[in-house]
Design a protein around this ligand. Structure first.
Ligand SMILES: O=C(O)C1=C[C@@H](OP(=O)(O)O)[C@@H](O)[C@H](O)C1
Ligand SMILES: C=C(OP(=O)(O)O)C(=O)O
Length: 438
């Protein structure tokens, strides 16, 4: 693997591209199809490290997945996974481990889940704490609250309602919601969120996909005003026949930002006004920063006069809790803004692929920005003069993709370990080069 990639300054960028399938939708759809009554034909699936670990995990549990080529897979569902003893490797896919554990806890088997060293530093205790009162038998193999985990057959399944914290990650609630039909066989299941819930649009996505697979979750609010979800007794997933995965809205953010910085127009296909993912709202941020955004149901386009012709994005100060992944792209666009920008309420960055607040601050500083990093915010003052730098990417795909946009300034940028983009977007740099001119 190449150890670094040198990016020459991008002077202009224009054209159209088709987005890879959404990671969040692909991973959910694979698991829900595996739990459904019947066979699902999934099309447009993302083929990347994160989706591969979910596919391999399901195969290890005996689920039949047939590759039909061109990112289409045929999945034979089973309410009970055929294999009840498996060793599962989850790489660094937070969504995969958190949603698998909640399901495997009730499969009456013995499963071991482990990942890369960073995965063993990413919290999972709030999910385990929510599952244990339901009878789940989950133990920590190394450190309390973190993978690797050993899942053994559940004991009793009675305590209700399920209470789950969602202030470190929304994926814990997604995990419990998706596993709910396994628990609501005889009586309804009630799930309540304790405390604050972050990254809310991902819960909407989970509920929408569950509905597509036949499980309609009723929503209400607790006396304390927290979200409550009720799954009817006997609810079960039913294969929808075929299911098409939409393009990845987080991956789209790099190309929309490219259109804003390098002039465009850049049009991305696969993501538009009908998208289910929360990160579609990144386009609003490009518009607030002064770019021109147009959108159809399935495409989005961004243009501006371009940095080379004097375009300066407007600085922004806003809460980005609803788009934590695409917000990393905004941090790099902020390098070129007409004043300091503040990204607020992004504390979850600290427990993702790397400590993204620390990593972002360190690398923006190398390019000449003045950065203040708080517990849950970043303040970015653009450099007086942008400096060329070698950017470390911390095995974080979004560090590599976001910082590639720094080459829209007039200096070359080196991206160390560019291969880390394989987590969600293996051919990112090829696509970037195809639209850019130096
Ligand atoms: O549910 C999902 O698909 C995701 C939820 C988010 O995580 P948090 O809920 O931990 O913020 C996001 O960062 C991640 O990439 C995907
Ligand atoms: C945080 C991310 O992924 P995950 O939590 O699924 O590992 C991401 O893709 O940016």
């Amino acid at each position: 693997m190449t150890e670094f990639l040198d990016l020459a300054p991008i002077r202009a960028a224009r054209g159209e591209m088709r987005l890879p399938g959404s990671k969040s939708v692909s991973i959910r759809a694979l698991l829900l199809a595996a739990l459904s009554d019947g066979e699902t034909h999934l099309t447009g699936l993302l083929d990347s490290d994160d989706t591969r670990v979910m596919r391999e995990a399901l195969k290890a549990c005996g689920v039949s997945l047939v590759d039909e080529g061109s990112n289409s897979w045929r999945v034979q569902g089973a309410l009970q996974f055929p294999r009840t003893d498996a060793e599962i490797y989850v790489g660094n896919s937070g969504l995969s481990i958190r949603t698998l554990v909640a399901v495997l806890a009730f499969m009456n088997g013995r499963y071991r889940l482990s990942g890369v060293p960073r995965m063993h530093e990413r919290p999972i205790g709030d999910l385990v704490d929510a599952l244990r009162p339901l009878g789940a038998s989950i133990s920590y193999e190394a450190h309390e609250g973190f993978p690797p985990l050993l899942v053994e057959p559940a004991k009793s399944r009675s305590l209700q309602p399920v209470r789950v914290r969602g202030d470190a990650s929304s994926q814990f609630l997604t995990g419990i919601l998706q596993s709910a039909p396994l628990l609501a066989r005889e009586r309804e299941l009630v799930i309540e969120v304790e405390g604050e819930l972050i990254s809310k649009p991902y819960i909407e996505l989970s509920l929408t996909l569950m509905k597509r697979f036949g499980v309609d979750v009723q929503r209400s609010t607790t006396a304390a005003g927290s979200p409550r979800y009720t799954i009817a007794a006997g609810a079960r997933y039913r294969a929808p026949g075929s299911f098409a995965v939409e393009g990845d809205a987080s991956s789209a953010s790099y190309f929309l930002a490219l259109g804003a910085l390098a002039g465009g127009p850049i049009r991305v296909h696969g993501m538009g006004s009908s998208s289910l993912q929360g990160d579609v709202r990144f386009a609003e941020v490009m518009s607030a920063m002064g770019a021109t955004v147009t959108q159809g149901e399935d495409w989005t386009e961004v243009q501006s006069s371009g940095l080379a012709a004097g375009f300066k994005p407007k600085a922004i100060d806003a809460d980005f809790n609803h788009i934590p992944d695409a917000a990393m792209t905004i941090a790099v666009v902020a390098l070129f803004a007409d004043g300091p920008s503040v990204l607020r309420n992004i504390g979850s960055w600290r427990v993702k692929e790397t400590d993204r607040i620390a990593a972002m601050a360190a690398e923006l500083t190398k390019l000449g920005a003045t950065v203040e990093a708080g517990a849950d915010f970043l303040r970015i003052e653009p450099p007086k003069v942008l400096r060329s730098a070698a950017i470390d990417t911390y095995d974080d795909h979004r560090m590599a993709m976001s910082f590639s946009l720094a080459s829209c300034g007039s200096v070359p940028v080196r991206i160390n370990d560019p291969g880390c983009v394989a987590k969600t977007f293996p051919d990112y740099f090829t696509q970037l080069a195809a639209l850019s001119s130096n």
